[in-house]
Design a protein. Sequence first.
Length: 64
Amino acid sequence: MKKPLYTVCLVLVIIGGLNWGLIGLLDFNLVTAIFGESFLSQLVYDLVGLSAVYLLMALVTKKE
């Protein structure tokens, strides 16, 4: 079983990827639509970015 932090990070990165897909395809930002231009939307972006860094580090340091 994966660590809970890994799972949370994976979900956040997937949400971020889907949001970017919506921006690219439909010019629709789901995070801004839900939270507006607020601290919460900035927090979501920060958490997605930190999650991506965590997953990248987990991938690079993965022991076979």
